[in-house]
Write a protein that binds this ligand. Structure first.
Ligand code: ZN
Length: 76
């Protein structure tokens, strides 16, 4: 597999946190996906996209099991 952005072949399955936003909240969703180590491009397969859509649906319905790990702050 070659990166479509930079054509590097250094693509590895990597644990990353996908960031989803629900109104003012930021939710990190741990996933494992191929990531280009040369440019950082992330590759999402159909299954991962479906999984993230399902998580997003649960978040909107307030059904997700969430743990607070930090604060989101606005400087004013
Ligand atoms: Zn790349």
């Amino acid at each position: 597999m070659k990166c479509i952005i930079c054509h590097s072949e250094d693509i590895r399955i990597t644990a990353v946190r996908e960031v989803l936003r629900v109104e003012n909240d930021v939710v990190y969703v741990p996933i494992q996906i191929p990531v280009c180590f040369a440019c950082g491009e992330r590759y999402y397969d159909r299954q991962t996209i479906r999984y993230l859509e399902e998580v997003e649906r649960q978040l909107k319905e307030g059904k997700a099991n969430l743990q607070e790990v930090g604060k989101v702050l606005v400087y004013s």
